[in-house]
Design a protein around this ligand. Structure first.
Ligand SMILES: O=C(O)[C@@H](O)[C@@H](O)[C@H](O)[C@H](O)CO
Ligand SMILES: [Mg+2]
Length: 403
């Protein structure tokens, strides 16, 4: 099955999404997600200039060889742009192979390990009360797990909270980076009250998650983890920047609150020590940014040796193509933990018709050959790219902090 064409489709139905389409001489095509929020055109250039010309004429079935060609052949290895480009090719080739085999992607990976995939939704609010209302809405929809984030009194903007009530949350909301303000002390004083209120109203069975979004020092993360142990969180996410994997040794000494990290990781080398030293409980790296299925399988298999489970990133800045492929991976992977689910807006759902379905707090990936996601190129063409940048974050004294 020879690759005859490979092209990148950039569309912006409410937000920028980048899709790679690989076409073969057997008339089949595969799709991969190449979206890197705030750096989309860097990946487009990497693919169009340095990758796609080298794919033409290659055997689309040789997924591993092409992966190694793009990884080892890059010389300047790893990094989010390179690994997102490799991921897009990889997922498109797995989609193609499953289509050629006439089977849903999860079958090709090894078959079902579960009938359906548990997901968590996002409950956010400008204050605790409005967040509780959002939790109630998610519980009514059948979610078993909800991530809770709310505004912090005294801080004008907080991660994860929409600017205006009822609006969708989209972090890349301005041409150039917006400047946010952060106050760790106010946050640390406030967020335990949020969990107390949620447990008070919804009881102990609802899985609660929270994303600190890289903003604490290790000892502050240890303090928060210990403080919220009584609320039995499912996980505390990105509690401190994870470039220094050793930092999690200090956090682990102070708390048994489960830790999740890794949505910004792009290779096994970003998380090897975290996994081998059991410093985390869930690995968040996902297909679109961590080299695709071929590499993510290696990360998941390493994690399984240390009873670390997957918890794929699944924000709306990852396209339905990534979600579709991820749900097939989630259906197969033995050490599955949970899948993030931020519903895409209607325009995106129209551009990317898909076979996956949500019901009662879970997803099923669909039974059509491949990952089950397509793209309507005519509709996609109606939404031209529009630069959008993620914010930057400053402490009250102006220090540039972690967003
Ligand atoms: O856990 C999450 O979903 C967040 O950390 C993301 O929404 C993240 O802020 C965005 O993907 C950044 O583009
Ligand atoms: Mg996160």
């Amino acid at each position: 099955m020879k690759i005859t064409e490979a092209r990148v489709i950039v569309t912006c139905p409410g937000r920028n999404l980048v899709t790679l389409k690989i076409v073969t001489d057997e008339g089949l095509y595969g799709l991969g997600d190449a979206t890197l929020n705030g750096r989309e055109l860097a990946v487009v250039a990497y693919l169009e200039e340095h990758v796609l010309p080298a794919l033409i004429g290659r055997d689309a079935h040789r997924i591993e060889d092409i992966w190694q060609y793009l990884y080892r052949g890059a010389y300047w290895r790893r990094g989010p742009v390179t690994m997102t480009a490799i991921a897009a090719v990889d997922v498109a080739l797995w989609d193609l192979k499953a289509k050629a085999a006439g089977m849903p992607l999860y079958q090709l990976l090894g078959g079902k390990s579960r009938e359906r995939v548990m997901v968590y939704g996002h409950a956010t609010g400008k204050d605790i009360e409005s967040c509780l209302d959002e939790v109630a809405r998610h519980v009514e929809q059948g979610y078993r797990a909800v991530r809770v984030q709310c505004g912090v009194p005294g801080i004008p903007t907080t991660y994860g909270v929409a600017k205006r009530e009822g609006e969708r949350y989209e972090p890349a909301d301005s041409d150039l980076p917006a400047e946010h303000v952060w106050d760790t002390a106010k946050y640390l004083n406030h967020v335990p009250k949020l969990f107390a209120a949620v447990r008070e109203r919804f009881g102990d069975d609802l899985h609660l998650l929270h994303d600190v979004h890289h903003r604490l020092t290790p000892i502050e993360a240890g303090r928060l983890g210990k403080r919220v142990e009584e609320y039995n969180l499912f996980w505390l996410e990105d509690c401190t920047p994870a470039e220094n994997q050793e930092a999690f040794r200090l956090i682990r000494q102070h708390t048994t609150t489960p830790l999740a990290v890794g949505e910004v990781f792009n290779s096994i080398h970003d998380c090897r020590e975290l996994i081998q030293e059991q410093l985390i409980d869930y690995i968040r790296a996902t297909l679109v940014h961590a080299g695709g299925i071929t590499h993510m399988r290696r990360i998941a298999d390493l994690a399984a040796l240390y009873q670390v489970r997957t918890g794929f990133h699944g924000a709306t800045d990852l396209s339905p193509v990534c979600m579709g492929a991820a749900l097939h991976f989630d259906t197969w992977v033995p050490n599955f933990g949970i899948q993030e689910h931020m519903p895409h807006e209607a325009r995106i759902e129209e551009v990317f018709p898909h076979a996956y379905r949500f019901a009662d707090g879970h997803f099923t990936p669909g039974e059509v050959p491949g990952h089950g996601v397509d793209i309507d190129e005519d509709l996609a063409a109606r939404y031209p790219y529009q630069r959008a940048s993620l914010p930057v974050n400053r402490l009250v004294d102006g220090t540039l902090w972690h967003w």
